[in-house]
Ligand binder design. Structure first.
Ligand SMILES: [Zn+2]
Length: 200
């Protein structure tokens, strides 16, 4: 690439491998031993379209708004897809297709309360110590917030690597996943909306 978009980009050593040392031995890092970091890739500009953007794949939420939904009210939908290594991994989306930057006032007004309510609902699952949440937004244009249940006392799972642990740990049983989803949906329905979900 000839034209980098900033001095930051121009400084980076593309094609080289960074040392893994800054992460090794850290309390939240789940790997040890001889690790090799992948070579740093060149920037891709313009960036490829996300799902739901012109030229990208269709927006999965708009194609089937209540697929995998475990709860919804007139503004927000909470989805939980399948059993994974954590007691609950859920995705909160507005019913309508917006980005963070064009989310209308009536949705930004309830975004904070919904984060608070969802975090509290997930903490009602037995054995959950804290609810993590994050917004990445690099896969789909439809605004979405991830929630991850951090099991009580599992201090290695603090921080961003909880998403890696979710893939590494054995999946919870299907009936436990469904019970956890029912717990979260019932807690949210105390304030608004209703539980959803076929088979949950
Ligand atoms: Zn959408």
């Amino acid at each position: 690439m000839n034209e980098y978009p900033s001095d930051y980009h121009r400084r980076l050593p593309y094609g080289e491998r960074m040392a893994a040392d800054p992460l090794l031995g850290g309390p939240f890092f789940p790997f040890e031993g001889d690790l090799q970091v992948v070579p740093l890739a060149d920037p891709v500009l313009p960036e490829p379209p996300r799902a739901g953007e012109p030229g990208g794949t269709p927006c999965p939420t708009c194609v089937d708004p209540e697929k995998d939904a475990i709860w919804a009210d007139h503004q927000w939908v909470l989805k939980a897809f399948q059993p994974t290594g954590l007691p609950m991994v859920a995705l909160m989306v507005p019913r309508e297709h917006f980005r963070l930057d064009n989310l209308p006032d009536e949705l930004t007004a309830t975004l904070g309360p919904m984060i608070q309510r969802t975090a509290g609902a997930i903490r009602q699952i037995p054995g959950v110590g804290r609810t993590h949440f994050n917004r990445w937004g690099d896969g789909s244009e439809h605004f979405h917030v991830w929630f991850l249940a951090r099991p009580l006392g599992m201090m290695q799972l603090r921080g961003a690597m909880i998403a890696a642990w979710d893939d590494l740990l054995p999946s919870i049983p299907a009936d436990e996943f469904q019970a956890n989803a029912r717990t979260v949906a019932a807690a949210l329905a105390e304030r608004s909306g209703a539980p959803l979900g076929k088979g949950v």
